[in-house]
Ligand binder design. Structure first.
Ligand code: JHZ
Length: 406
């Protein structure tokens, strides 16, 4: 297979997490006895442009047409996106004449923030059920993938955009080059394109290997993004490290026509990546070894607790828990149920491992001895809201980078 950015056909495979079901393909009760489709989860490194990527590409329509992830489920995210809208509105001096377009706009959580500043907004969201939620919240949303005709539609109805955002989108689509092509068409010459992607360096350092699943085709450091935007005639002019999803990059991109200066953050981060060896295969081989060790440690802990007769529940059924639970072989025999506040997931079962997902009130009805925090990126928020259980003697396990019991 050739690299999706530079076409080099010498990708080097360094990690295999086996065959797993799609991370968000939660099951209805009546589907539990049916055969589930699984796909290989194998990761490779391109020694030419340095892009880390999956080998197997699942057609996007299978993953994103009906979606269960609702961005506003966590307070942390609501705050993150309202702050982002505020920062970008101030940076670009946006007002009632400005246009902000969000690609992969989910329930409109970011655009709501722009609306507070009077900015005109439009969201593009392929998941029909989620686009409906956004529309009900008063967010103008086009229910489609961001493609040529959607771009034409926005251009003719709203004109060119001052700001285009795509948060947690660039890892999710094979069509990154076409997206950039359309962003260039839609953006004003002095407009900015801002993306957020999970940062490979954080994944390597914090061992958050469970963010590897089929929705995420790419695991970016800044170097391949820089290569990609240069190749496609745009330029990265600023970059920030941000805490979301265990560590992400917020990347600011401009058209070549724009006179915005390139901040030194870009060369600094590129330099640090080189220094830490992110361009060398060795770092990935080492990561793969640590992934297998992390699995062993978690399985040992959970099996040990089960052998002592302890009851274990999970907190949060994020997409990444599908990777963690399937890769570690932790199903219903180990975890009795998982609580999640997203009511779209409640009543369903986890892909592959068939653990029931319930509202948080289950913790009162069927008291566990331990709670495994599967949404570890929100550990603080979850620990805060579950204080009463901790006070009551229930222990919490944070599974990665190595299992810690608190
Ligand atoms: P969370 C999502 O991944 C999906 P996921 C997607 N594929 C992606 O790329 C990444 O984001 C970036 C629940 N929860 O955000 C809500 C509570 O119940 O880590 C969610 O189901 N109570 C687009 O799915 C889950 O946990 C709470 O207090 O890995 C968290 O999912 C909190 C804080 C969360 O994303």
């Amino acid at each position: 297979m050739a690299c999706r950015i530079c076409n080099n056909d010498n990708l080097i495979k360094f990690l295999s997490l086996g065959q797993t079901p799609l991370a968000n393909s939660f099951l209805e009760k009546e589907d539990l006895n049916k055969k589930e489709d699984t796909y290989p989860l194998e990761v490779g490194f391109c020694p030419n442009c340095k892009l880390v990527q999956l080998y197997y590409v699942v057609p996007p329509g299978m993953m994103f047409t009906n979606y269960l992830y609702v961005s506003s489920t966590s307070d942390t995210f609501k705050l993150h996106f309202s702050k982002m809208a505020e920062e970008l509105s101030n940076l670009m001096k946006l007002d009632v004449n400005s246009l902000a377009v969000d690609i992969g706009s989910n329930d409109g959580v970011l655009l709501k923030g722009f609306q507070k500043f009077g900015v005109r907004t439009v969201g593009v969201e392929p998941a029909t059920n989620i686009a409906e939620i956004a529309k009900k919240n008063g967010i103008d949303t086009i229910n489609d993938f961001f493609n040529d005709s959607v771009t034409d539609q926005i251009l003719s109805s709203k004109g060119h955009a001052d700001v285009i955002t795509a948060n947690n989108v660039f890892a999710h689509t094979d069509a990154i080059k076409r997206i950039i092509y359309n962003v260039k068409r839609l953006l004003k010459d002095d407009g900015i394109f801002v993306i957020e992607v999970a940062y490979l360096v954080d994944m390597l350092q914090k061992m958050t290997f469970d963010i590897i699943y089929h929705e995420h085709l790419f695991y970016y450091s800044l170097a391949p993004l820089d290569y990609l935007f240069n190749q496609q005639g745009m330029q990265i002019f600023d970059v920030q490290r941000i805490p979301t999803h265990g560590g992400s990059l917020r990347v600011f991109v401009k058209k070549l026509e724009s006179s915005k200066p390139v901040e030194k953050s870009v060369s600094e981060i590129l330099g640090k990546e080189k220094e830490m060896g992110i361009h060398e295969l060795r770092i990935y081989e080492n990561f793969a070894n640590r992934v297998y060790e992390a699995k062993e440690q978690l399985v040992k802990l959970i099996k040990g607790l089960k052998n002592q007769g302890k009851a274990i529940a999970g907190y949060g059924a994020p997409a990444k828990s599908t990777t963690l639970l399937n890769f570690c072989g932790l199903g219903r025999g180990f975890i009795d149920y998982i609580v999640d506040e997203n009511n779209l997931k409640q009543g369903l079962y986890t892909p592959g491992t068939h653990i029931p997902i319930t509202p948080p009130s289950m913790l009162d009805k069927r008291r566990p001895d331990y709670i495994l925090i599967l949404a570890w990126n929100f550990a603080e928020e979850i620990l805060n809201k579950t204080k009463k259980y901790k006070d009551d003697g229930i222990k919490f396990i944070i599974p990665l980078p190595e299992p810690v019991t608190v």
